[in-house]
Ligand binder design. Structure first.
Ligand SMILES: [Zn+2]
Length: 231
């Protein structure tokens, strides 16, 4: 049995990046935990006003909780760091919280954001995860993958940053429908096609990633690190 930890910046990134893959892991009996680092709402204001947005944040979190319950995820935790303002937080504060979860849950696989992502929270979450999962002796984390998030990962300046080039593809032919259904529950986060973060473009990407490797639908990842340790 694998123990999977998904570390996402905002509510909905966990599904956009690896929702189908998580459904497949759960079908195989793997345990899954999720961490959502930022609250996902307060960037709508010029200055962060948590009390003003508290109800919306709670509502968004209740949607996430509802979705992961239906999926069969073992736990989800919200760190509630400022949305789209992680660059104002000391990275070590995020790292420590992730480290704590890693040492209690002991995941062997982590899925997280691509390090050269346009969204500042995505970029810093990647950095925090790699710091929290430093491969010291006997560390439980043996595989780390980064995922792509439509309306962010592909919006970098490609001549200056490292574009997302996947080398690991997970068949989600049997879970794409379910992924789209769950994403539809994040009504406030989804946009109308041809916006990149629309249900249609999410489906289109899955079909494209699939057919590029001979599958009906897939989620694509970059393998950041894999360790094969003999017992
Ligand atoms: Zn995000």
């Amino acid at each position: 049995m694998n123990k999977i930890l998904v570390v996402a910046a905002h509510p909905d990134d966990e599904l956009l990046g690896c929702g189908g893959t998580i459904i497949e892991h759960i079908k195989k009996g793997d345990k899954v935990g999720m961490l959502i680092v930022s609250e996902g709402v307060t960037s709508r204001d010029e200055k962060r006003n948590y009390p003003k947005r508290k109800k919306e944040i709670e509502h968004l979190h209740s949607i996430s909780k509802n979705i992961v319950k239906k999926m069969g995820v073992n736990f989800i935790k919200f760190f509630d760091f400022p949305d789209n303002r992680l660059d104002k937080i000391n990275l070590i504060d995020i790292v420590k919280k992730i480290e704590k979860i890693i040492s209690s849950f002991k995941p062997n696989i982590i899925y997280t954001h691509h390090g050269d992502d346009l969204n500042i929270d995505h970029e810093l979450v990647n950095r925090a995860v790699l710091t929290a999962a430093r491969p010291i002796p006997k560390h439980p984390v043996l595989k780390i993958y980064s995922f792509e998030v439509l309306s962010s990962t592909h919006w970098i300046e490609p001549t200056k940053r490292k574009a997302f080039v996947p080398n690991y593809f997970r068949d989600i032919s049997h879970s794409l429908k379910e992924k789209i259904k769950y994403l539809g529950m994040y009504k406030g986060e989804m946009r109308k096609w041809p916006h990149a973060r629309s249900l249609k473009s999410i489906k289109d990407l899955a079909l494209f990633r699939g057919s590029s490797v001979g599958l009906k639908a897939a989620e694509a990842f970059q393998l950041i690190r894999e360790i094969k340790r003999e017992k």
